[in-house]
Design a protein around this ligand. Structure first.
Ligand code: OGA
Ligand code: MN
Length: 275
């Protein structure tokens, strides 16, 4: 296995892996190390089967089984598509085009996400990743101390508002039924590193006016998603990309709801509470 860093701040590409290697615990332990060091691990044209995707995910951690939307044969796998005929969650996926962190409204944010391309449309729906460890580290010290003071309320509603600015009261009530979650803006990890909890779910800053909070959140997001912290992945069928969801923001670049683009996704349960 050969691993090549994509840039100093984010991403590593692994070559020399065949589909059979995904059943090996050695591949899983190497992947975990690469994930911790680089944030995103790219296996081009891995062509991993659904069964192997689930078993490989299990070697990396506990796998989330979503209450709805999983594949009939593999409830651990969520199809990611904007086509409502392929997934009952297609409508909600429209907000994936905004920078976000998966599961950040949970008590413990999810640890990592694995996404493999089953169908792609050339030039549409690339995925971008931004490493917030690197973005935090590059801040001036005064800004680091300032940001350490803030707490942010994350909600499903805040993310949905971006996609549906004209939502009805009934839609808003439905979104608001899901609990919001308050987190520090800066997550101090147990290994001493710091990441930023921002993105589409970040609705407001505790103790700030909505306008000031919005301006602050927007400016931190803009900082964190500068090109030097970002990896853009152009998909080919069979690619498998894994990211550390505790330190990265990600988003899909826009694609049509009628697009054939179809990803199979598994998600790892978080193992570190936000502190
Ligand atoms: C997701 C997600 C990005 C993509 O499934 O959580 O953000 O490119 N997907 O489909
Ligand atoms: Mn996501």
């Amino acid at each position: 296995m050969i691993a090549t860093a994509v840039s100093p701040s984010i991403g590593v590409e692994v070559q020399g892996i065949s589909a059979a290697d995904f059943s090996s615990p050695g591949t899983a332990s190497t992947t975990s190390e690469l994930l911790a060091r680089h944030g995103v691990v790219v296996f081009r044209q891995a062509h991993v089967s659904d069964t192997d995707l689930v078993s490989f995910s299990r070697m990396l951690g506990d796998v989330v089984v979503a209450p709805m939307g999983g594949l009939p044969d593999h409830p651990e796998i969520s199809p990611v598509t904007l086509d409502p005929s392929k997934s009952e969650l297609a409508g909600l996926r429209r907000s994936t085009i905004f920078w976000h962190i998966d599961g950040v409204t949970d008590d413990i944010p999810q640890k990592a996400t694995l996404l493999t391309a089953r169908e792609v449309v050339d030039g549409e729906g690339d995925t971008e990743f931004a490493n917030t460890y690197a973005a935090y580290d590059a801040l001036p010290n005064s800004k680091k101390s300032e940001l350490a003071e803030y707490r942010v309320v994350h909600s499903f509603a805040a993310a949905q508002r971006l996609t549906h600015p004209d939502a009805t009261e009934k839609q808003k009530d439905a979104w608001n039924r899901l609990p919001a979650r308050e987190h520090p803006l800066v997550w101090k990890h147990r290994d001493g590193r710091r990441s930023l909890l921002i993105g589409a779910t970040a609705g407001h800053v505790v103790g700030m006016s909505p306008e000031d909070g919005r301006a602050l959140l927007d400016s931190v997001l803009e900082w964190a998603t500068q090109p030097q912290f970002v990896l853009r992945h152009r998909w080919q069928v069979g690619d498998l990309v894994i990211w550390d969801n505790t330190s990265l923001l990600h988003r899909a670049l826009p694609y049509e709801p009628t697009s054939r683009r179809l990803m199979h996704r598994t998600t790892l349960v978080g193992d570190e509470a936000v502190a």
